[in-house]
Design a binder for this molecule. Structure first.
Ligand SMILES: *Cc1c(COP(=O)(O)O)cnc(C)c1O
Length: 358
Protein backbone atom coordinates (compact mmCIF):
# COMPACT_ATOMS: atom_id res chain seq x y z
CA UNK A 1 0.00 0.00 0.00
CA UNK A 2 1.13 3.52 -0.73
CA UNK A 3 2.40 4.85 2.60
CA UNK A 4 1.11 8.44 2.36
CA UNK A 5 -1.31 9.36 5.13
CA UNK A 6 -2.65 12.26 7.14
CA UNK A 7 -2.73 11.57 10.87
CA UNK A 8 -5.51 13.56 12.56
CA UNK A 9 -4.92 14.12 16.26
CA UNK A 10 -8.34 14.57 17.83
CA UNK A 11 -6.89 15.27 21.30
CA UNK A 12 -5.01 18.20 19.81
CA UNK A 13 -8.25 19.38 18.19
CA UNK A 14 -10.07 19.28 21.53
CA UNK A 15 -7.20 21.05 23.25
CA UNK A 16 -7.23 23.83 20.64
CA UNK A 17 -10.99 24.10 21.02
CA UNK A 18 -10.59 24.57 24.76
CA UNK A 19 -8.04 27.31 24.10
CA UNK A 20 -10.49 29.07 21.77
CA UNK A 21 -13.22 28.82 24.39
CA UNK A 22 -10.90 30.16 27.05
CA UNK A 23 -9.79 33.08 24.86
CA UNK A 24 -13.41 33.81 24.05
CA UNK A 25 -14.05 34.24 27.76
CA UNK A 26 -15.93 30.96 28.11
CA UNK A 27 -18.69 32.19 25.87
CA UNK A 28 -20.50 30.15 23.27
CA UNK A 29 -18.18 28.69 20.71
CA UNK A 30 -19.01 27.77 17.14
CA UNK A 31 -16.42 25.48 15.56
CA UNK A 32 -15.91 26.24 11.86
CA UNK A 33 -15.76 22.85 10.11
CA UNK A 34 -16.46 24.08 6.58
CA UNK A 35 -14.43 22.74 3.65
CA UNK A 36 -14.23 19.32 5.31
CA UNK A 37 -12.86 20.93 8.47
CA UNK A 38 -10.16 22.74 6.50
CA UNK A 39 -9.17 19.38 5.03
CA UNK A 40 -9.05 17.57 8.38
CA UNK A 41 -12.31 15.64 7.93
CA UNK A 42 -15.52 17.38 8.99
CA UNK A 43 -17.32 14.29 10.29
CA UNK A 44 -14.41 13.11 12.43
CA UNK A 45 -13.74 16.60 13.77
CA UNK A 46 -17.39 17.34 14.51
CA UNK A 47 -17.75 13.97 16.27
CA UNK A 48 -14.67 14.74 18.35
CA UNK A 49 -16.10 18.11 19.36
CA UNK A 50 -19.72 17.01 19.88
CA UNK A 51 -20.70 17.91 23.39
CA UNK A 52 -18.10 20.68 23.53
CA UNK A 53 -18.92 22.92 20.58
CA UNK A 54 -22.12 24.93 20.94
CA UNK A 55 -22.52 24.84 17.17
CA UNK A 56 -20.70 23.98 13.96
CA UNK A 57 -20.20 26.31 11.02
CA UNK A 58 -20.28 25.15 7.40
CA UNK A 59 -20.26 26.85 4.01
CA UNK A 60 -23.37 25.32 2.49
CA UNK A 61 -26.27 22.98 3.04
CA UNK A 62 -24.43 20.11 1.35
CA UNK A 63 -21.80 20.25 4.08
CA UNK A 64 -24.47 20.50 6.78
CA UNK A 65 -26.31 17.44 5.46
CA UNK A 66 -23.09 15.42 5.49
CA UNK A 67 -22.79 16.15 9.22
CA UNK A 68 -26.46 15.40 9.90
CA UNK A 69 -26.17 12.07 8.02
CA UNK A 70 -23.21 11.22 10.22
CA UNK A 71 -25.33 11.71 13.33
CA UNK A 72 -24.22 15.20 14.34
CA UNK A 73 -27.20 16.64 16.20
CA UNK A 74 -25.61 19.87 17.48
CA UNK A 75 -26.71 23.13 15.89
CA UNK A 76 -25.16 23.75 12.46
CA UNK A 77 -24.91 27.24 11.01
CA UNK A 78 -24.79 27.90 7.27
CA UNK A 79 -22.20 30.68 7.42
CA UNK A 80 -23.14 32.04 4.01
CA UNK A 81 -26.85 31.44 4.42
CA UNK A 82 -28.78 29.79 1.62
CA UNK A 83 -27.85 30.23 -2.02
CA UNK A 84 -31.40 29.65 -3.24
CA UNK A 85 -34.70 30.14 -1.42
CA UNK A 86 -35.74 26.57 -2.17
CA UNK A 87 -33.18 25.40 0.42
CA UNK A 88 -35.45 26.73 3.18
CA UNK A 89 -37.62 23.59 3.49
CA UNK A 90 -34.47 21.47 3.84
CA UNK A 91 -33.11 23.92 6.39
CA UNK A 92 -36.25 23.39 8.45
CA UNK A 93 -36.27 19.64 7.92
CA UNK A 94 -32.69 19.30 9.18
CA UNK A 95 -33.00 21.95 11.84
CA UNK A 96 -30.18 24.16 10.53
CA UNK A 97 -29.28 27.72 11.45
CA UNK A 98 -28.44 30.15 8.68
CA UNK A 99 -26.90 33.54 8.10
CA UNK A 100 -28.94 36.21 6.39
CA UNK A 101 -26.57 38.58 4.66
CA UNK A 102 -28.42 40.13 1.71
CA UNK A 103 -31.77 41.88 1.15
CA UNK A 104 -33.02 39.13 -1.17
CA UNK A 105 -32.47 36.59 1.63
CA UNK A 106 -34.48 38.79 4.01
CA UNK A 107 -37.33 38.82 1.48
CA UNK A 108 -37.13 35.05 1.00
CA UNK A 109 -37.21 34.38 4.75
CA UNK A 110 -40.12 36.76 5.28
CA UNK A 111 -42.05 35.09 2.46
CA UNK A 112 -41.38 31.54 3.64
CA UNK A 113 -44.38 29.91 5.29
CA UNK A 114 -43.51 27.52 8.07
CA UNK A 115 -44.69 26.36 11.46
CA UNK A 116 -41.07 25.82 12.51
CA UNK A 117 -38.93 28.41 14.26
CA UNK A 118 -36.04 29.74 12.19
CA UNK A 119 -32.68 30.58 13.78
CA UNK A 120 -31.23 33.46 11.81
CA UNK A 121 -27.77 34.95 12.21
CA UNK A 122 -28.18 38.43 10.81
CA UNK A 123 -24.96 39.53 9.20
CA UNK A 124 -23.69 43.09 9.08
CA UNK A 125 -21.10 44.35 6.63
CA UNK A 126 -18.92 46.22 9.11
CA UNK A 127 -16.23 47.01 6.56
CA UNK A 128 -15.02 43.83 4.90
CA UNK A 129 -17.39 44.47 1.97
CA UNK A 130 -17.80 40.86 1.01
CA UNK A 131 -21.02 39.60 2.61
CA UNK A 132 -23.42 41.31 4.97
CA UNK A 133 -26.11 43.95 5.06
CA UNK A 134 -25.30 47.65 5.12
CA UNK A 135 -26.02 49.25 8.51
CA UNK A 136 -29.31 50.74 7.25
CA UNK A 137 -30.46 47.47 5.65
CA UNK A 138 -29.33 45.62 8.77
CA UNK A 139 -31.56 47.64 11.08
CA UNK A 140 -34.47 47.43 8.66
CA UNK A 141 -34.03 43.66 8.36
CA UNK A 142 -33.81 43.31 12.12
CA UNK A 143 -37.07 45.19 12.59
CA UNK A 144 -38.83 43.26 9.84
CA UNK A 145 -37.66 39.78 10.82
CA UNK A 146 -38.05 40.30 14.59
CA UNK A 147 -41.71 41.05 14.00
CA UNK A 148 -42.32 37.65 12.41
CA UNK A 149 -43.54 34.85 14.69
CA UNK A 150 -41.41 32.17 12.97
CA UNK A 151 -38.12 33.97 13.67
CA UNK A 152 -36.30 33.12 16.93
CA UNK A 153 -34.28 35.88 18.61
CA UNK A 154 -31.51 36.52 16.12
CA UNK A 155 -27.74 36.42 16.56
CA UNK A 156 -26.11 39.59 15.25
CA UNK A 157 -22.87 38.84 13.43
CA UNK A 158 -20.11 40.38 11.40
CA UNK A 159 -16.76 39.21 10.06
CA UNK A 160 -13.28 40.71 10.40
CA UNK A 161 -11.16 41.32 7.32
CA UNK A 162 -7.76 42.14 8.83
CA UNK A 163 -7.61 40.69 12.34
CA UNK A 164 -4.33 38.97 11.44
CA UNK A 165 -2.69 42.40 11.05
CA UNK A 166 -1.97 43.35 14.61
CA UNK A 167 -0.91 46.89 13.72
CA UNK A 168 -3.97 47.68 11.60
CA UNK A 169 -6.63 50.05 12.92
CA UNK A 170 -9.19 48.24 10.81
CA UNK A 171 -10.26 45.63 13.36
CA UNK A 172 -11.05 48.31 15.91
CA UNK A 173 -12.94 50.27 13.28
CA UNK A 174 -14.97 47.22 12.30
CA UNK A 175 -15.77 46.48 15.95
CA UNK A 176 -16.90 50.09 16.43
CA UNK A 177 -19.01 49.97 13.25
CA UNK A 178 -20.62 46.78 14.54
CA UNK A 179 -21.33 48.30 17.96
CA UNK A 180 -22.91 51.36 16.35
CA UNK A 181 -25.03 49.35 13.92
CA UNK A 182 -26.46 47.04 16.58
CA UNK A 183 -26.96 49.77 19.18
CA UNK A 184 -30.25 49.11 20.95
CA UNK A 185 -31.03 45.93 18.99
CA UNK A 186 -31.85 42.73 20.84
CA UNK A 187 -29.78 39.64 20.16
CA UNK A 188 -26.58 37.82 20.97
CA UNK A 189 -23.50 38.99 19.08
CA UNK A 190 -20.79 37.17 17.13
CA UNK A 191 -17.60 38.74 15.79
CA UNK A 192 -14.44 36.76 16.43
CA UNK A 193 -12.66 34.41 14.05
CA UNK A 194 -9.32 32.80 15.02
CA UNK A 195 -7.08 35.84 14.41
CA UNK A 196 -9.46 38.05 16.40
CA UNK A 197 -9.50 35.55 19.27
CA UNK A 198 -5.72 35.25 19.31
CA UNK A 199 -4.75 38.79 18.46
CA UNK A 200 -7.49 41.09 19.74
CA UNK A 201 -8.40 40.33 23.36
CA UNK A 202 -10.50 43.51 23.58
CA UNK A 203 -12.77 42.45 20.74
CA UNK A 204 -15.22 39.92 22.12
CA UNK A 205 -18.79 38.81 21.53
CA UNK A 206 -21.31 36.33 22.90
CA UNK A 207 -20.39 33.79 20.25
CA UNK A 208 -16.88 33.22 18.97
CA UNK A 209 -16.23 31.41 15.68
CA UNK A 210 -12.78 29.81 15.59
CA UNK A 211 -11.71 27.92 12.49
CA UNK A 212 -8.03 27.68 11.64
CA UNK A 213 -6.81 27.75 15.24
CA UNK A 214 -8.82 24.60 16.01
CA UNK A 215 -6.54 22.78 13.62
CA UNK A 216 -3.48 24.04 15.44
CA UNK A 217 -2.26 26.57 12.90
CA UNK A 218 -1.40 30.12 13.87
CA UNK A 219 -3.21 32.71 11.76
CA UNK A 220 -1.03 35.54 13.09
CA UNK A 221 2.33 36.50 11.58
CA UNK A 222 3.95 36.32 15.04
CA UNK A 223 4.02 33.87 17.94
CA UNK A 224 2.35 34.87 21.17
CA UNK A 225 1.96 33.08 24.50
CA UNK A 226 -1.43 31.88 23.21
CA UNK A 227 -0.38 30.76 19.75
CA UNK A 228 2.38 28.69 21.34
CA UNK A 229 -0.36 26.64 22.98
CA UNK A 230 -1.81 25.56 19.63
CA UNK A 231 -1.23 21.89 18.89
CA UNK A 232 -0.98 20.75 15.25
CA UNK A 233 -3.87 18.45 14.39
CA UNK A 234 -2.70 17.12 11.03
CA UNK A 235 0.56 15.29 10.43
CA UNK A 236 1.23 14.68 6.75
CA UNK A 237 3.47 11.66 6.39
CA UNK A 238 4.81 9.25 3.85
CA UNK A 239 7.87 7.10 3.31
CA UNK A 240 10.96 6.98 1.17
CA UNK A 241 10.58 4.24 -1.43
CA UNK A 242 13.62 4.80 -3.67
CA UNK A 243 17.15 6.10 -3.15
CA UNK A 244 19.98 6.98 -5.54
CA UNK A 245 23.39 8.62 -5.43
CA UNK A 246 24.20 11.40 -7.92
CA UNK A 247 27.39 13.25 -8.82
CA UNK A 248 28.19 16.95 -8.65
CA UNK A 249 26.46 18.81 -11.48
CA UNK A 250 23.69 16.25 -11.97
CA UNK A 251 20.09 17.50 -11.78
CA UNK A 252 17.08 16.07 -9.94
CA UNK A 253 13.53 16.02 -11.26
CA UNK A 254 11.43 18.09 -13.65
CA UNK A 255 13.06 21.20 -14.99
CA UNK A 256 16.37 20.34 -13.30
CA UNK A 257 15.47 22.82 -10.61
CA UNK A 258 17.99 21.23 -8.26
CA UNK A 259 21.55 20.60 -9.38
CA UNK A 260 23.90 18.78 -7.01
CA UNK A 261 26.71 20.94 -5.59
CA UNK A 262 28.19 17.91 -3.85
CA UNK A 263 27.80 14.14 -4.25
CA UNK A 264 24.20 13.81 -3.18
CA UNK A 265 22.06 10.97 -1.91
CA UNK A 266 18.52 11.49 -3.12
CA UNK A 267 15.48 9.96 -1.47
CA UNK A 268 12.16 9.67 -3.31
CA UNK A 269 9.05 10.11 -1.14
CA UNK A 270 5.60 8.79 -2.00
CA UNK A 271 3.74 12.08 -1.76
CA UNK A 272 3.24 14.82 -4.32
CA UNK A 273 1.18 17.82 -5.27
CA UNK A 274 -1.83 15.66 -6.12
CA UNK A 275 -1.90 14.86 -2.39
CA UNK A 276 -1.91 18.54 -1.51
CA UNK A 277 1.77 19.26 -1.02
CA UNK A 278 2.60 22.61 -2.68
CA UNK A 279 4.02 22.03 -6.14
CA UNK A 280 6.32 25.01 -5.96
CA UNK A 281 7.84 24.39 -2.56
CA UNK A 282 11.40 25.65 -3.06
CA UNK A 283 14.64 23.70 -2.74
CA UNK A 284 15.55 23.72 0.94
CA UNK A 285 11.98 23.48 2.26
CA UNK A 286 12.19 21.67 5.61
CA UNK A 287 11.00 18.10 6.06
CA UNK A 288 11.54 15.66 8.89
CA UNK A 289 13.04 12.24 8.13
CA UNK A 290 12.85 9.69 10.94
CA UNK A 291 12.69 12.62 13.32
CA UNK A 292 15.68 14.45 11.84
CA UNK A 293 15.71 17.72 9.94
CA UNK A 294 16.27 17.46 6.18
CA UNK A 295 15.29 19.36 3.07
CA UNK A 296 13.29 19.05 -0.10
CA UNK A 297 15.28 19.16 -3.34
CA UNK A 298 13.93 19.40 -6.87
CA UNK A 299 10.46 20.22 -8.09
CA UNK A 300 7.57 18.39 -6.44
CA UNK A 301 5.96 15.90 -8.83
CA UNK A 302 2.33 14.86 -8.89
CA UNK A 303 2.82 11.69 -6.83
CA UNK A 304 6.39 12.00 -5.54
CA UNK A 305 8.88 14.43 -4.17
CA UNK A 306 12.63 14.23 -3.58
CA UNK A 307 14.68 14.93 -0.46
CA UNK A 308 18.37 15.25 0.33
CA UNK A 309 19.63 12.29 2.36
CA UNK A 310 23.32 13.11 2.11
CA UNK A 311 23.63 14.07 5.76
CA UNK A 312 21.38 11.25 6.99
CA UNK A 313 23.29 8.06 6.19
CA UNK A 314 20.96 5.96 8.36
CA UNK A 315 17.90 7.08 6.40
CA UNK A 316 16.81 5.09 3.40
CA UNK A 317 13.99 3.07 1.92
CA UNK A 318 11.21 2.82 4.48
CA UNK A 319 12.21 5.95 6.41
CA UNK A 320 9.24 8.01 7.55
CA UNK A 321 9.05 11.52 6.13
CA UNK A 322 6.91 14.16 7.83
CA UNK A 323 5.92 16.91 5.42
CA UNK A 324 4.13 18.90 8.09
CA UNK A 325 2.96 18.35 11.64
CA UNK A 326 4.77 19.05 14.89
CA UNK A 327 7.77 19.86 12.70
CA UNK A 328 7.80 21.49 10.26
CA UNK A 329 4.64 23.25 11.33
CA UNK A 330 1.97 23.95 8.78
CA UNK A 331 2.03 27.67 9.55
CA UNK A 332 5.81 27.79 9.06
CA UNK A 333 5.81 25.68 5.90
CA UNK A 334 2.95 27.47 4.14
CA UNK A 335 4.57 30.91 3.78
CA UNK A 336 7.83 29.30 2.61
CA UNK A 337 5.81 27.82 -0.24
CA UNK A 338 3.90 30.99 -1.05
CA UNK A 339 0.57 29.66 0.24
CA UNK A 340 -1.38 30.35 3.41
CA UNK A 341 -1.83 28.11 6.42
CA UNK A 342 -5.53 28.07 5.47
CA UNK A 343 -4.91 26.87 1.95
CA UNK A 344 -2.44 24.10 2.67
CA UNK A 345 -4.62 21.59 4.59
CA UNK A 346 -7.67 22.48 2.46
CA UNK A 347 -5.74 21.17 -0.55
CA UNK A 348 -5.12 17.73 0.98
CA UNK A 349 -6.71 14.93 -0.97
CA UNK A 350 -6.20 11.29 -1.92
CA UNK A 351 -4.22 10.68 1.27
CA UNK A 352 -6.10 8.40 3.70
CA UNK A 353 -6.84 9.97 7.06
CA UNK A 354 -5.90 8.07 10.18
CA UNK A 355 -7.51 9.22 13.41
CA UNK A 356 -5.44 9.28 16.56
CA UNK A 357 -6.56 10.30 20.03
CA UNK A 358 -10.03 8.75 19.68
C1 LIG B 1 -14.51 30.44 8.17
C2 LIG B 1 -15.19 31.41 9.04
C3 LIG B 1 -14.77 31.62 10.35
C4 LIG B 1 -13.51 30.98 10.90
O1 LIG B 1 -12.42 31.75 10.47
P1 LIG B 1 -10.92 31.39 10.93
O2 LIG B 1 -10.13 32.55 10.44
O3 LIG B 1 -10.56 30.12 10.25
O4 LIG B 1 -10.96 31.27 12.39
C5 LIG B 1 -15.49 32.47 11.14
N1 LIG B 1 -16.59 33.11 10.67
C6 LIG B 1 -17.02 32.96 9.40
C7 LIG B 1 -18.22 33.69 8.93
C8 LIG B 1 -16.33 32.11 8.54
O5 LIG B 1 -16.77 31.96 7.29
Amino acid sequence: MRPARALIDLDALRSNFQLARELGGGRKTLAAVKADAYGHGAVACARALQGQADAFGVACIEEALELRSAGITAPILLLEGFFEADELPLIVQHDLWFAVAAPWQVDAVAAFQTTATLQVWLKLDSGMHRLGLSPADFRAAHARLSALPQIAPMVLMSHMARADELDSARTGEQAAAFAAAIDGLAGETSLCNSPALLGWPDVRSDWVRPGLMLYGANPLPVQTAQTLRLRPVMTMQSKIFAVRQIEVGEPVGYGARFVAQRPTRVGVVALGYADGYPQFAPNGTPVLIDGQAATLIGRVSMDMLTVDLTDLPQAGIGSTVTLWGESPRLDVLAPLCGVSAYQLPCAVKRVPHELVGG
